[in-house]
Design a protein around this ligand. Sequence first.
Ligand SMILES: [Ca+2]
Length: 218
Amino acid sequence: MNKIRLTLLFTMIFVVGILFSQTVGVAFKDPSQNTLNLVRQEDPDFPYPTPTSYEDRWMVQLYKSVDDVIDPLGPDGLPTGDDIISHPASPADGILYLLFGPTGGLNISGYTITPSTGYYDTQQGDKVYLRLFNAKLLANATKYIVFNGLYTIPTTNSTPGIYAAPINGWSDWITIAPVTDTWTYNLNITASDRKYACILLSFSSSYCVFYKKPENLA
Ligand SMILES: [Ca+2]
């Protein structure tokens, strides 16, 4: 192999390497005061411009969905269906914090996304969305608002408008249903054929059925 061919080969390897290592930055913006007004429904005193030192900057979490449906949050605060908490190249936990500008506009910036071949679970070409909680920590949050539509991460830097297609704004505030009910059952089992007993538990939206073979029947 002569020198020119070697140089060409290394140039190609270098170019391909650059193409496959190109990350993109994604920032979600709302130049209106729509998001601010939603936030002030929950906290009329949430400041704008928001000082970066403000202690109670609310949490914004990035999620990824494989299908075209934004699945609801479970009562444990975790995503449901095929949706997952997103872990892009940065921030590693997919979390940013709420910060309004001098006119009350919003620019949620700082997501760095790797190309579609890579280590991270969220990559270019994936469908993502944001959820904004009414607290800095998920453990303290009681409500959230969530994008109305999914955003597909492109292969170039982008700043999609939250109130433009395909995101189409935020939902109304949704209460995170707490898991507070504790049920205690005292069950007496009788089996007419002395082989199986059947217990049917019925709830408003689901039910379960199971069978138990009594061990101590005469
Ligand atoms: Ca989904």
